[in-house]
Design a protein. Structure first.
Length: 170
């Protein structure tokens, strides 16, 4: 199955909704009915938490263009209460990693995403157990400012989907 599971949340790209398991698909369908017509077009990833009965429609406008796109907006629907609640949150500080996990192998940029992740793994940039700023890196790597500091610390830049080692000056 296509998608990425993180701490009870399941993430998948909108182009891969058809591949969701029935329970996830049902929660998605019910939540989508609550969105306004405009909101129905303002997302490209969906985050589903079966246990909490929450679905978030996430908008990463540069998903295909940037190696680590920033979250612009999250429309979160809580189906565990009646009536369901809707919360819109503006982003800007959260980024994505391992984008190939959100899409299927037929996705136009799948191989580009795989190559970026492979290079980052080779350089040790995605090691979740590394301590950075006194915390396990895996718990903070999705924060844009932490990721940028991590890249500077490792003397790496990422432009689009290309990883480049930089000069020895930090």
């Amino acid at each position: 199955m296509v998608g990425k599971s993180v701490a009870g949340d399941f993430y998948v790209h909108r182009n891969c909704i058809d591949g969701l398991e029935d329970e996830l698909r049902n929660l998605y369908e019910v939540s989508r009915l609550i969105l306004t017509p405009v909101q129905k077009d303002q997302w490209n990833l969906v985050k589903i938490n079966l246990r909490k009965k929450r679905v978030s429609f996430l908008h990463y406008p540069q998903f295909d263009l940037k190696g680590h796109p920033e979250l612009k907006q999250s429309i979160s629907i809580n189906l565990s209460v009646s009536p369901p609640t809707v919360r819109v949150i503006k982003g800007g500080w959260q980024i994505l990693h391992r984008k190939e996990l959100f899409v299927d192998k037929d996705y136009k940029y799948y191989l580009k995403f795989v190559e970026l992740t492979k290079k980052e793994e080779e350089l040790g940039l995605l090691n979740k157990n590394t301590l950075f700023k006194g915390k396990k890196f895996g718990t903070i790597m999705g924060r844009k400012m932490v990721w940028e500091e991590w890249l500077r610390f490792n003397r790496v830049t990422i432009k689009d989907h290309k990883v480049v080692k930089t000069a020895n000056n930090p």
